[in-house]
Design a protein around this ligand. Structure first.
Ligand SMILES: NC(=O)c1ccc[n+]([C@@H]2O[C@H](COP(=O)([O-])OP(=O)(O)OC[C@H]3O[C@@H](n4cnc5c(N)ncnc54)[C@H](O)[C@@H]3O)[C@@H](O)[C@H]2O)c1
Length: 304
């Protein structure tokens, strides 16, 4: 009995890299997979049939998969992708939002179109499939009154969670995906849908754009059972588990899977707090108060 037997999944951007690893892993555990990929370049130019490559790998290994070539950031296209899962296998259970591009540059050198394209593919390209999947699950929930057991697994990045030089488009897009995850986890839990976010790391086309990056590898280059810390499928077992019924109590979480480590990310949390005692703050005094009582960069001196 596979962990995901009977489940129907979509993995976006699964023609290459981390998405291909996720699609192979979900199929290995028994899911039927819609392999989505627009098939463009790493910076989002052009289109192609790269989804077919992953479908062929999955079917050669005895799994079930179909290709989808939609642009996830196109609202209607994302709707057609969800409809394809439902038309092909009668339902959707798991949505893995993974598609992405990069166009790195420091802000002075970054064009407006490089900002818009990256925000669009990552943020709208996550929101739009979520919207169509949530609509499908709402219809099922209304029809049966039973929790639908849906799963959304989004993809963030260490760059988004901590900031990264030269990525003033990519980093905020990935941070927004973490925030979208938290928000949707609140909205969809009532009907039994969990929403989590994974932060992977691997030697893919995206990291291949960085100076001194290791050679690009694909998930099927790594033989079964062999450990490679830059394998695009390093985070895929975590994704498969989050997609399973076993993880029905886990939602709104951000978890990085980097080489040997699975790291639970603590969300933004309140730190030291100044209280104005019900009086308006005085900007001229605020610097000293923050330095002594929040940042700890000045000694407070004798107070009592
Ligand atoms: N590689 C890393 O170390 C790393 C680290 C953190 C996060 N990520 C994230 O992992 C995800 C996968 O990236 P990757 O490293 O495997 O790169 P990749 O280029 O190998 O894979 C991304 C895939 O998304 C597809 N794609 C791009 N735009 C699309 C669109 N509009 N619609 C449908 N498909 C589209 C591409 O064709 C490509 O096959 C991305 O979201 C990326 O931000 C990667």
């Amino acid at each position: 009995m596979g962990l995901l037997d009977g489940k129907v999944a979509i993995v976006t951007g699964a023609g290459h890299g981390i998405g291909r690893g996720h699609a192979m892993e979900l199929a290995k555990h028994g899911a039927r997979v819609v392999v989505n990929d627009l098939g463009g370049s790493v910076s989002g130019e052009g289109v192609g049939r790269d989804a077919d490559l992953t479908v062929d790998i999955i079917t050669a290994r005895g799994g079930e998969a179909v290709a989808n070539y939609e642009n996830v950031a196109d609202f209607e296209g994302a709707g057609r992708m969800v409809a394809q899962a439902v038309d092909t296998w009668g339902r959707l259970d798991i949505l893995v939002n993974n598609a992405g591009i990069v166009r790195d540059a420091t802000i002075v050198k970054m064009s407006e179109s490089d900002f818009d394209a990256v925000i669009n593919v990552h943020l709208k390209g996550t929101w739009a499939p979520c919207k169509h999947a949530a609509t499908h699950w709402t219809e099922r929930f209304k029809a049966t009154g039973e929790p639908v057991g849906g799963r959304i697994i989004n993809t963030t990045s260490g760059a988004g969670l901590t900031g990264n030089f030269g990525q003033s488009n990519y980093a905020p897009a990935k941070a927004a995906i973490a925030s979208l995850t938290q928000t949707l986890s609140l909205e969809l839990f009532r009907m039994g849908v969990t929403v989590n976010c994974v932060g992977p790391a691997a030697a893919t086309r995206i990291t291949g754009t960085m100076p001194g990056a290791p050679a690009v590898i694909e998930a099927d280059d790594v033989p079964d059972g062999e450990w490679n810390r830059m394998d695009p499928a390093v985070s895929s077992p975590l994704v498969a588990w989050l997609a399973s019924a076993e993880a029905d109590h886990v939602t709104g979480q951000v978890i990085r899977a980097v080489a040997e480590n699975i790291i639970w990310m603590k969300p933004w949390a309140d730190g030291p707090t100044l209280n104005n005692g019900g009086k308006r703050w005085d900007a001229a005094k605020l610097g000293m108060q923050l330095a002594t009582d929040v940042f700890g960069t000045r000694a407070p001196g004798l107070r009592y």
